[in-house]
Design a protein around this ligand. Structure first.
Ligand code: ZN
Length: 81
């Protein structure tokens, strides 16, 4: 999982930390699509198809894991002292 630790520039040594907007965006982006996926793909199938419980648990987890790959592209950093 992406940490929110401050980072330091390799060249000038300036310290930077993620903005609070980044935390909100990352939080929403990991939770909302996962719930939408569960709703649309599993909401009705759980009752009718009797999917294995491992699949019901694994697919949202895989989705969330894949989404975290995009987190670095959405993080915004600001400089601080
Ligand atoms: Zn720099």
């Amino acid at each position: 999982m992406l940490g929110y630790r401050p980072i330091q520039c390799h060249k000038c040594g300036m310290k930077q930390k993620v903005t609070s907007a980044t935390r909100i965006r990352v939080g929403l982006l990991s939770v909302v699509p996962t719930f939408i996926l569960i709703w649309y793909f599993f909401g009705w199938q759980i009752n009718t198809l009797q999917l294995p419980i491992i699949l019901i648990i694994a697919i949202p987890l895989i989705t969330a894991a894949l989404l975290t790959l995009f987190m670095p592209f959405m993080a915004r950093y600001i400089a601080y002292d």
